[in-house]
Design a protein. Structure first.
Length: 122
């Protein structure tokens, strides 16, 4: 990898803290890679990210399809975790859990009217 390190995934909270602290972050520069473009439309999701830190360290990662893309589906656990995190901002924990369970077993749901009831804020 030419002296580079793989990019470690960080949480949005950690990224915000690093930005707030001014830690090792620089300006983003987006460029087309002609070699990727030449591969054609089947590789339209191919992306390479290279991060240059102020301390001289370079981290890079290349992926053919981002997480959640049709060619790289997110796992059920990832989807559930994201749902719980987002729904938890507006619904009580018990409703989040009930709605999650209902969605994960739709084929067993007796009445679809249950879903909007579980999504109601009141």
């Amino acid at each position: 990898m030419n002296g580079t390190q793989p990019i470690r995934e960080i949480t949005a909270t950690e990224l915000k803290q690093r930005i707030d602290n001014g830690d090792d972050l620089q300006i983003v520069d987006v460029r087309e890679d002609k070699a990727f473009t030449a591969k054609g439309s089947k590789f339209r999701h191919l992306v390479r990210v290279e991060v240059h830190l102020r301390n001289g360290k370079i981290m890079e990662r290349t992926v053919e399809a981002g997480r959640g893309n049709e060619h790289n589906f997110a796992s059920e656990a990832d989807v559930v975790e994201k749902f719980e995190k987002l729904a938890g901002h507006v619904l009580p924990r018990t409703k989040v859990e009930q709605l999650r369970d209902a969605m994960l077993s739709l084929e067993k749901l007796q009445d679809a009217a249950t879903l909007p009831e579980l999504m109601a804020l009141a």
